[in-house]
Ligand binder design. Sequence first.
Ligand code: MRU
Length: 359
Amino acid sequence: MNETSARRIQPPATVVAWCGDDATGFLRLLDQTRLPCETAYLDCHDTHGVWDAIRRLVVRGAPAIGVAAGYGVVVASQALKAEGFGDKLTAAGEILKSSRPTAVNLAWAVDRVIASARGLESDPPAAREAMLAEARRLHEEDVQLCANIGECAAGLMEEAGWESLLTHCNAGALATAGIGTATAGMYVAAARGRRLRVYCDETRPLLQGARLTAWELQQAGIEAVVIADNMAAQVLREGRVDAVITGADRIAANGDAANKIGTYGLAIAAKHHDVPFYVAAPYSTFDLSLAEGGQIPIEQRDGEEITRGFGRRTAPEGIATYNPAFDVTPAELIAGLITDRGLICPVNAETVGRVLGGS
Ligand code: MRU
């Protein structure tokens, strides 16, 4: 990066933090349910507190959930005595994993932190310290993964001359420990002086695009334009968008990618209008144990998110609802996967395997 022209890339707030010098500390989360109106934090001191925070989307976005759950294992271990430590830790890990099923980063992080305590089960304080060290490594690694994605995406933007982008949900700094995934290239390119406009799908029903992506881009001085989800096809038809970039919660071995509900429809609309559709994600979001996207578990959420979002009833009392939180975009609609290991293009089992096979 040219240091003289570069602006500093600064995430708008600390999303996940460990408070305390050692494993007797606690987990602090930026409460994203209160953004953009309020910057407030929630402290988690036990397994249920972490489970509930992930479930309620206090912390959300696949990589951020992973980092939080990594520290969550340390928090969970604080209540465990030496007797049965290993089994109880595994059980606590399963509870944390049950909070949200789609983002694979969650289970990946829990398993990785628990594995770091292997052989130390008879000495809980030593096990806890080892797990805290691993959770911290995972946290720092995520910052670097985002930075790598940012380099890859900014190169692509530069090469293709993109100035106007569209994104869905929040795959930004608020969804990671670093500068985001879908937003990473935006931040890097903007820091290098590139002027960008980013259309942010509002993202019904929980409005992560309007509340979170628009907020963090605005904080960074990047032009953000909020549109309701049902406007995206028209915006694409009007030729306002050079490329669509979204994040992902889990990517199967053939490149099918699960992301926030509405992403699939957006990819179809982008294809129809010849606008390239890219997915940005770190290696930790790939699940090569699944051959294709149909095997990805889709989280179902409470219908009240649709009928009484943000405290005001907008549908009749007693009405039936269906509220899948994610959908799967088939690889054939994805122009490329922007990863920390480089660009995967075209997207298929062979190219995914070649880049991610060693993970
Ligand atoms: O339900 P959410 O807000 O956790 O959904 C988040 C998304 O769908 C993101 O696009 C995805 O997790 C990628 S975050 C880098």
